[in-house]
Design a protein. Structure first.
Length: 327
C-alpha cells in the first residue's frame, strides 16, 4: 500500500512547486483571504502553507489524508477544467513522500486539531490551539524516494519554480493576500486587492509584473464566437529576452498552453528579434464545455474544442492592439 502510494504520489508531486500548487489551491478552495507560504532549502527541507480559510474539524482532518477523500463537489465547471488536481490525491500523496503535519481549526469551533503522516504512516489526531484556518507543513520531501530527490534541481531553481507558481495563482486571485518566504527572506508579497474585479486585477497585475510593465502595456479586449479575451500585452520595445513572462489564464485558472504561446509569438512575429519573448498577461473566458477535460491534471495544460477560434481571437486581438498603437 505504501509503495503504491509512493509511486502514485510521483504522478502528482514532482517537485516542491507542485506540492505548493496543490496546497495553495486547497487554501483557495477553503475560501482563504490570506495564504502565507514558507520554503526552506528550495522546499526540500520544509514547505509550509498557512491560511485563514474554513479549516477542518477532527473528522475532516482524518478524512483529508485518506486517498480519494474529497469534500468537493464535481460541478460542471470544475469537471470541464479538471480542477487541475487529482481529486482527493494531493494530501495523501504529499504524506506518502514527506513528513506531513497538518493543524487546522474549523471556523466556529474553539478547538483546533493536528495530525501527522510520516512516509505514509498516519498518526493520531491531537488537540492543537490555533486561529481558524489551516497550516500544512511538509518536511523532508522525497526523503523516502531517493530516485525522485535526484531529479530536483538546485535550491535556487526549485524556489524559482515555486515563485512562478505563486505569481500565477496570485494573478488569478487578486482578492487574496499572499506572502512567500525563502527561509527568512520575503520573496513575494501582495496584500488582498479591493474593489471590482477589473480594478482588483489591474492592481494585482501591477504588483506581480511591476509598474514598468503596466506603463508599457496595451489593453487587450476582444471577443469571438462567445470566447472573451482581456488583459495586457507589452509594447514591442518592452519585450524581454531573459525569461518567458507569459501569464495565461482560462476561466480564472493559470494554464500553460502551447496554443497560447504560439498565438502570441505569431502576433508579435514581425517585432521579435534577438530571441526576445513577448510579455503578456491574458485572461480567456470560454464556455466550460469548449475546453477538453482529458489532459494531465497536474500539468495545467488545456485543450480547446475549437483551437482555430481561440488562436484567431488571440492573434487578432494582439495584432489590432499593436496596430492601433502605431506598430
Ligand atoms: P481535493 O482538493 O481534491 O479534495 P486534497 O487531497 O487536496 O484533495 O484535499 C483533501 C481534502 O482535505 C479537501 O477536499 C478538503 O476537504 C480538505 N482540505 C485540504 N486542505 C485544506 C485547507 N487548507 N483548508 C480546509 N480544508 C482542506
Ligand atoms: Mg486539493
Amino acid at each position: 500500500e505504501t509503495t503504491v502510494n509512493r509511486i502514485a504520489a510521483g504522478e502528482v508531486i514532482e517537485r516542491p512547486a507542485s506540492a505548493v500548487k496543490e496546497l495553495v489551491e486547497n487554501s483557495l478552495d477553503a475560501g482563504a483571504r490570506r495564504v502565507d507560504i514558507v520554503l526552506r532549502d528550495g522546499g526540500r527541507s520544509l514547505i509550509s502553507v498557512d491560511d485563514d480559510g474554513a479549516g477542518m474539524d477532527r473528522d475532516d482532518l482524518q478524512l483529508a489524508i485518506e486517498r480519494h477523500a474529497t469534500s468537493k463537489l464535481m460541478d460542471d465547471d470544475l469537471l470541464a477544467i479538471a480542477q487541475f488536481g487529482f481529486r482527493g490525491e494531493a494530501l495523501p500523496s504529499i504524506g506518502a513522500v514527506s513528513r506531513l503535519a497538518i493543524e487546522s481549526r474549523a471556523a466556529g469551533l474553539d478547538t483546533g486539531w493536528s495530525i501527522t503522516v510520516d512516509g505514509g504512516r498516519v498518526g493520531e489526531a491531537k488537540p492543537a490551539p490555533r486561529a481558524a484556518g489551516t497550516r500544512v507543513e511538509a518536511r523532508d520531501l522525497f526523503y523516502a524516494t531517493p530516485a525522485r530527490l535526484k531529479f530536483l534541481k538546485t535550491d535556487r531553481a526549485e524556489f524559482g519554480a515555486t515563485l512562478d507558481t505563486i505569481k500565477r495563482l496570485a494573478m488569478a486571485h487578486p482578492e487574496v493576500g499572499f506572502t512567500l518566504k525563502d527561509g527568512e527572506r520575503t520573496a513575494f508579497t501582495a496584500s488582498a486587492e479591493q474593489g471590482e474585479l477589473p480594478d482588483r486585477r489591474a492592481a494585482r497585475l501591477g504588483r506581480v509584473m511591476g509598474r514598468d510593465f503596466i506603463d508599457n502595456a496595451l489593453a487587450i479586449e476582444a471577443e469571438r464566437e462567445g470566447v472573451r479575451l482581456t488583459g495586457l500585452a507589452a509594447v514591442p520595445t518592452y519585450n524581454r529576452g531573459n525569461s518567458m513572462q507569459q501569464y495565461m489564464f482560462v476561466n480564472g485558472r493559470p494554464v500553460r498552453d502551447k496554443l497560447f504561446v504560439g498565438a502570441v509569438r505569431g502576433a508579435y512575429h514581425d517585432f521579435l528579434s534577438g530571441g526576445r519573448h513577448p510579455v503578456v498577461a491574458l485572461f480567456l473566458e470560454i464556455e466550460p464545455h469548449a475546453v477538453d477535460v482529458n489532459v494531465h491534471p497536474a500539468k495545467a495544460e488545456v485543450r480547446f474544442r475549437q483551437p482555430g477560434v481561440v488562436r484567431g481571437l488571440i492573434v487578432g486581438a494582439l495584432r489590432s492592439a499593436l496596430a492601433e498603437a502605431g506598430h
